[in-house]
Design a protein around this ligand. Sequence first.
Ligand SMILES: *Cc1c(COP(=O)(O)O)cnc(C)c1O
Length: 418
Amino acid sequence: MSRGPDAGRGEGTRAVHLPAPAPFSQQPFSVPVYRAASFAFDSAQEFADVMADPARGYSYGRVDNPTSDAFAAAVADLEGARLPYEVKAQAFASGMAAITGALTPFLRAGARVVAPASAYGTTSALLTGLFARFGVDVALVDIEDLAAVRAAVAGLRGGGSGEGAALLFAETIANPTLVVADLPALAGIAHDAGALLLVDSTFASPAVCRPLEHGADLVVHAATKYLGGHSDATGGVVVGRPELMAGVRADRILTGAMLAPDEAFLLRRGLETLPLRVERQCASACELAAAVRRHPAVRRVDYPGLPEHPSHEVATRLFDRGASGTRYGGCVTITPNGGRGAGLALCDALRLGRVASSLGGTHTVVSHAATTTHRQLDAAGLAAAGIDAGAVRFSVGLEDAADVVADVLQALDTLRGR
Ligand SMILES: *Cc1c(COP(=O)(O)O)cnc(C)c1O
C-alpha cells in the first residue's frame, strides 16, 4: 500500500487519503473500469510533462481515460484490421456526440456538407438545425442517385478560410429502407472534389462492413447499438487516419464529449462477442425476410439479402461473408398492407418482439418508422425518402430464429382482413 495516512491525522483527512494499492504491472483479463476524473503525479514536473505531451500519461477525465481509450482502440482494431495504413479512434458519450465530433473539425461557416435525405433523424436535425445555424451549407440528396450526389458535391466549399475539406456524409445501411450506400462510388465522388467521405456505419458494424476498406475517410458508430449489443450502455466512436483524428480529439476535448469509463467497460466487453452476435442476427434476419415476404398481409419487405432489394448487388459486393453466407445485416423492414394503422397494429400484435427504440441488442425490437424515427416527415417527406407509412423496422435479436419467425407470422396473421 502506498501513501497511507500518517498517524495522528484527523478522521476527515484519513477518510480522504485512504490507502490504495501500489500500481502493479500484471494485466487483468479485462480492462478495469478506471472510474477516475483525475490522475495524480509524483512530481510537478511529471504533471507539466503530461500536459505538454498527453501521450506520456493521463491527467484529467475529460481528456483521456484508460477504459474509454481501450474501447476506442478496440474499435480502431476492428475497423482497420485489413488496412495497409494505421487508424486511430476516439470514444464519445453517444452516437450523436461522435457524429458531431466527426463534423466539427472539418466544417466552418460557408463550408458545404452533402448528406442523405434519408439520414438518421437526429443527424438530419443536427445538420439542418444546429450546423446550419453556424453558417454551414447543408445539402440533402438522394444518396442512391450518384449523379445527384456528384452535382451536390461539385458545389462543395471548404468555407470561410478557404482551406479545410468539406464533407460527403453517408450511412452504410439506411433506416428503415435498408438501402446500402455504394461506398467506393461515393468515395470516388468525394475525393474527386477534394472532400472527405464520412460514413455512419452503425447499422452494419465492422462484422458486416468496414467502410475504410472501401474508401471512406472517417467512420462513426452509435456504439449504443451493435458494438455494445446489450442495450445497457450509450456511447459513440469515430475512426480514421491519425492526421484526421488529431482534430477530432482536439474538438472532443473542447466540447467535453468524452465517453464515461463505466459505459466504455460495457461497450468494450460487448465487442468480444460482436462477430458471434452479428453472425446470428444476420442469419435470423435472412430467415425472417424470406419467411414473411409472401405473407398475404405483407405489402413489402426490405432486406438487402433479398434478390429484389435495390441494394442486393451493392451489399453482396461490400459485405462480409460469414458461416451462413453474406452478412446482410440484422435489421429487416416489414410493411404490412393498410398503412400507418396496420404498421402500429403489427407492432402491438407481437408477443416476443418488443416495441422499443434502439437496435442491435440481444432482444428483437421493433419500431414503426412514421411515428418514431421518421416522425418529423410529413406524407410527402415519407414518400420522398421511400418510406411507406406502415413500415416497421425489426432489429432481430439473439432469440432462436424459429421463435422470431413464428412470432412475426402470428402477428401478421392478426392483420388479415384489414
Ligand atoms: C442511434 C443512432 C445514432 C445516434 O446514436 P446515439 O447513441 O443515440 O446518440 C446515429 N446514427 C444511427 C444510424 C443510429 O442508429
